[in-house]
Design a binder for this molecule. Sequence first.
Ligand SMILES: [Zn+2]
Length: 321
Amino acid sequence: MGSDESVREAKYLLTGRNLRILVLFVRTFYTLNPQFTNALYPVDMKRFFNSKKSRPSAVLLFSLGCAVVGCNQGATEAPFAFPSGTLVDMSYAYNENTIYWPTAPGFVKSTDFEGVTEGGYYYSAYSFSTAEHGGTHLDAPIHFSEGKHAADQIPLDRLMGPAVVIDVESQAAENRDYLITAEDILHWESQNGAIPAGSIVLFRTGFGKFWPDREAYMGTALLGTEGVAQLHFPGIDPNAAALLATEREVRAVGIDTPSIDYGQSTLFETHQTLFGANIPAFENVANLDQLPLTGALVIALPMKIEGGSGGPLRMVGIIPN
Ligand SMILES: [Zn+2]
């Protein structure tokens, strides 16, 4: 792909206004030159271009033709060309073992029909129910910040972009209540360069290796409020969230634990800080160990629940060739 300028040019050539001018020109041409109504045939085109009477029209047609060809060349250098590379599935499957918050009902799938029909063909269909916050899922800013984006309102460009992976696996292995600090981010930047604006920042604690063992992953297998009190897993310190929200223009944040706030959090200040800035979060992100620290792209598309505070998320990493 060329410079931004060539992209702008391609967009300009593709505008509806230009297409309308082209249509208007063709209509006018046939009105003024009725003898060329078959001008699409080569023999008539030859007559047309050789005729003095139609020469001004021919010049205009040729110019417009160049513009259209030029515009097609621009389109082959599309700014949204799909990147090639290795795909990483960053979502867990939903089933009866999917881990939810201790107070949330789990995933339920029931069979509406499964088998060979009276017509002789196979057919299956199921119903499911789920809390918004379970498995690999989106936290929409409205989850902890009134008036901010709900699941269906998050701009699509917040949900796809270049990813950086900040690895704190060794710290989290020593302390399952580890809080990822602003210093961890600054340390990462000292080794990998500043987090580029527009990044999706993913935190790798290594806890993904425990999935779907609830006790190992959450710190407790207890359910209900009793279970909430016993949660022990790493999360993001509010000072790190503040750094990302105010000094780095991040698109979104993700983590391979049940929550961006650590298990022992009671005020969920990291949620409050990021969501107050309309920055969405992805939780229970899978296979983070397969992503490089820099260079990958991420697409994280949640179920589009109108007014939702979050929802099931299909997240994909692309590691360009
Ligand atoms: Zn959540």
